[in-house]
Design a protein around this ligand. Structure first.
Ligand SMILES: [Zn+2]
Length: 476
């Protein structure tokens, strides 16, 4: 199983594995999903001669020490499920599907057993960049389904960047007419965007799977696509183009003009309405300050507010948007560059540079909550081995699994919300390649986030078995 449960007691008694379930109260949907899952399964063994459906029962009212706990009790002809919340009930289902798959694919027997399981971290994230390359909603759903099988619960959707804006806007339609497109070096027009209807559909699908979708609007840098349609929001308006090369742009949003601030607030309002979750990612990375240093509006803002410098100005802009989003019940996340300024203590830092040790110490010492996503370990656009395709360095399956998470936030473990992997898509233009970069490394992410219960060889063996499971559970 992946992730391996916290506690599993297996008894010697075993029974022919169920081929069908009948539902107890509150379990109709789960029983239907299980029956559907079992229907397509080519068992190695003959069906249970009695042919009787097993009974699926829900035990309610138990209190659990850890949030998201579920429990599975398997005995002849009956499986008892209990869960701390509806989300945890889904985890019970994922675990049960893996157990049934393995039983039917081996000797056809399932053991009497008791599983009690809960996650180590509440933030178990996976990211996807759809700006550098865009992917169909059908693929996004497949991505979410994979996350759900692995008990990952936060989908970080990187929807905007220099190379393309991907959200339909009713208030600023030039975003889909101009910012969503770029002209490649060979003259080809590349791009696209998600309609608000498509975004709502993806979010609804994720919600059903117990996954929260976190939109990212990366600002004030990484905004060339937006400036190509609305150049007036730069410090020095001119004819900008959506970028067709990777890298960092000197041109960013102007933090001095009131019109730019109002534009940002208006835009985050419109986007926030599409995402019912509690978090909103505002980027904040890789924003060179040369333009701000030379901009009369930005310098005036610094003087008027008595700010220290341009980093402080970025914190002010970030805090302005953060306060605005707080009125809508949202908590803001930013990349670790935000710690170079002094943003509001409510802001969550996503620690990505290098092994993230320095940023982790900083956020621990200053009391910022954080999510670990160090590129040395958890960037899945990096090569999986020396001779495999990918960007920059090498992040093997073993390296991901062995990420020494226990060495972080030793003094203030309460500040560490969890862990996430990122899939940047500069070098990834097809769904096939995206999938290959994820698998099997995303299995290791799952165990990091849920909590490792084994050694590496044991994990590696389970990861191999999982290939069969995933190709059955998620046919492509
Ligand atoms: Zn400016």
């Amino acid at each position: 199983m992946i992730p391996k449960p916290v506690a599993q007691t297996i008894y010697t008694e075993s029974f022919p594995a169920p081929r069908q379930f009948s539902a107890g109260e509150g379990l109709t949907t789960i029983a239907e999903e299980l029956n559907h899952f079992l229907n397509g399964l080519q068992s190695q063994t003959t069906p249970d001669e009695s042919g009787k459906a097993w009974r699926l029962e829900l035990h309610t009212g138990a209190a659990y020490e850890h949030p998201e706990t579920y429990q599975l009790e398997i005995d002849q002809g009956r499986i008892l499920l209990s869960a701390a919340d509806p989300q945890a009930l889904r985890y019970a289902l994922s675990t049960l599907k893996q157990l049934l798959f393995s039983a039917h694919k081996t000797d056809g027997l399932i053991h009497k057993q008791l599983i009690r399981d809960y996650p180590r971290y509440r933030w178990r994230g996976l990211h996807l960049d759809v700006s550098r390359h865009i992917f169909e909603p059908a693929f996004i759903k497949q991505y979410l389904k994979l996350m759900s099988e692995l008990k990952l619960n936060k989908f970080h959707w990187h929807l905007t960047d220099d190379q393309g804006w991907r959200i339909e806007s009713k208030r600023y339609p030039l975003l889909q007419e101009i910012s969503a497109w770029r002209k490649e070096a060979d003259g080809e027009r590349y791009g696209g965007y998600y309609t608000q209807g498509e975004i709502r559909e993806v979010v609804a699908y994720a919600t059903e799977l117990g996954i929260e979708v976190i939109p990212e609007l990366d600002l004030p840098g990484h905004m060339m696509a937006v400036l190509s349609a609305y150049p007036q929001f730069a410090c020095n308006p001119q004819a900008f183009d959506t970028m067709n090369v990777w890298g960092i742009s000197e041109d960013i949003l102007c933090a001095g003009k009131d019109s730019t601030r109002d534009f940002i607030l208006d835009l985050v309002d419109e986007v926030a309405e599409l995402f019912p979750g509690a978090y909103f990612h505002l980027g904040g990375d890789e924003a060179p300050k040369d333009r701000w240093k030379a901009c009369p509006y930005c310098q005036k803002r610094i003087r008027e507010l008595g700010l220290k410098d341009e980093e402080d100005l970025q914190s002010w802009l970030f805090d302005t948007v953060t306060a605005h989003l707080a009125l809508r019940g949202k908590t803001v996340i930013g990349w670790d560059e935000i710690l170079e300024g002094n943003p509001s203590r409510e802001t969550i830092a996503m620690l990505w540079r290098g092994d993230a040790k320095a940023a982790a110490l900083q956020s621990e010492n200053r009391g910022y909550r954080a999510i670990l996503v160090p590129n040395h370990y958890l960037y899945f656009d990096w090569k999986a081995s020396d001779d495999s395709p990918g960007a920059f360095g090498v992040t093997t399956l073993q390296k991901v699994w062995q990420f020494p998470i226990d060495e972080y936030f030793i003094q203030r473990p309460d500040l560490l919300l969890g862990v996430q992997a990122n899939l940047w898509t500069e070098q990834i233009s097809t769904t096939q390649r995206a999938w290959e970069m994820l698998i099997p490394r995303v299995y290791a992410l799952s165990e990091l986030a849920w909590g490792k219960q084994s050694d590496y060889p044991d994990f590696e063996a389970r990861a191999q078995l999982w290939e069969d499971y995933i190709s059955y559970a998620l046919p492509r």
